[in-house]
Write a protein that binds this ligand. Structure first.
Ligand SMILES: *Cc1c(COP(=O)(O)O)cnc(C)c1O
Length: 360
């Protein structure tokens, strides 16, 4: 065994697009004694997290904190913004955009799928080819399964030029805190995020952002994920049911540090991703995405190399990476530095990539 692979030489690390390496402020918050969720201290923490998230989504509306993963926020938005029978357009070009289609189907919506090759991004021309009318458009900002980043602002504009009454709902789960994002400013009506991604907290919270316009359009349904029930109480710092208050406290603690330096943080994520893609290019690897999201680096596996080999090579260096989902299973590998990490980590991971793909 080469001396650098002796157990203990590498601290275990997550290089996955969620969950991610935790922010130290999240760890500190999680070490505090349990708060009762109907106490002043808990209400104060809840409101800090809520207002911080509203600043991050850049909305004058409201962000609702839901106990569940990011998918809970996606599900809640679809169920509460569209009545059964509503007709929605869903571009499908990866695992998460496929998830939008499944959620909408389950909610009894009429789903018009716009199939694109995985790795491609959605363009306004694609939307124009779809036969309307539509009550909504469900978009994935950063498609973590392929590493592609959609220009949701331009897509929302193109959609609303044809269907001004429609609602544009965005999965911002791996774009918020990693890439630029604006809710109303970009013409978006609602968006979803989750705690185990760019905000560097543990899994367990979904964040559902509603613009003032989306709030007017609420068609509440469901019991646990009923957004009207949540809207009623969350502005007072409470939630309808027992919230994962420890995770809410972690959210508030990370936001206090992250929000004032969000532009620098986004620049770091961009630069880290460029370093990994440049290293891939040097190694002759082919990138999957047409337009690269800073949240996930995604490469096709070189000829004759299996995902298991790459995964093992990273694992021998303490790192957990992830493979392909759906139709990309067994064909790609993905890395992410969305978690707590700096440029130093990006250079170390780049070096690890060179070693790992030579199978030393
Ligand atoms: C992680 C992720 C989700 C949500 O997954 P959960 O497991 O429910 O948190 C949704 N969309 C994208 C793009 C993601 O990366």
């Amino acid at each position: 065994m080469p001396s650098d692979k002796i157990p203990g030489m590498y601290r275990p690390r997550l290089l996955t697009p969620g969950p991610v390496e935790l922010h130290p402020r999240a760890l500190e918050a999680l070490a505090r004694p349990q708060l009762h969720h109907r106490s002043d201290a808990a209400r104060q923490v809840f409101l800090q997290a809520k207002t911080g998230l509203e600043a991050a989504f850049k909305t004058q509306g409201q962000v609702l904190l839901l106990t569940g993963s990011g998918t809970a926020a996606m599900d809640a938005l679809v169920q509460n913004l569209f009545a059964p029978g509503a007709r929605v357009l869903v571009p499908v070009h990866g695992n998460f955009s496929e998830r939008w289609a499944k959620i909408a189907q389950q909610a009894g919506l009429e789903v018009v799928r716009l199939e694109l090759e995985w790795g491609r991004v959605v363009r306004p021309e694609h939307l124009e080819s779809a036969q309307g009318p539509f009550d909504g458009l469900l978009l994935t900002h950063s498609e973590s399964s392929t590493g592609a980043l959609n220009d949701v602002r331009t897509l929302a504009q193109a959609f609303k030029a044809r269907f001004p009454e429609g609602l544009v709902v965005v999965d911002a789960i791996t774009s918020l805190f990693v890439s630029e994002f604006e809710l109303e400013g970009w013409g978006l009506d609602a968006a979803a995020c989750g705690s185990q991604k760019g905000i560097m907290c543990p899994p367990g919270l979904g964040y559902a952002a509603l613009s003032p316009r989306a709030i007017e359009h609420l068609k509440p349904r469901g019991f646990y994920l009923n957004l009207a029930s949540e809207l009623k109480v969350q502005s007072t710092g409470e939630s309808a049911w027992t919230p994962a208050i420890n995770l809410v406290a972690a959210t508030a603690a990370v936001l206090a540090e992250l929000l004032p330096r969000l532009p620098e943080h986004i620049a770091l994520k961009q630069q880290q991703n460029e370093i990994l893609y440049a290293t891939g290019q040097e190694l002759g690897l082919k990138p999957v995405p047409e337009v690269k999201s800073p949240a996930t680096t995604c490469f096709y596996l070189p000829e004759g190399v299996s995902y298991a080999q790459v995964k093992e090579a990273f694992a021998a260096r303490g790192a957990t990476i992830i493979g392909g989902q759906g139709q990309l299973k067994g064909r790609v590998f993905r890395l992410s530095l969305m978690g707590y990490s700096d440029l130093y980590d990006a250079y170390a991971v780049a070096h690890m990539m060179r070693e790992a793909l030579r199978f030393d």
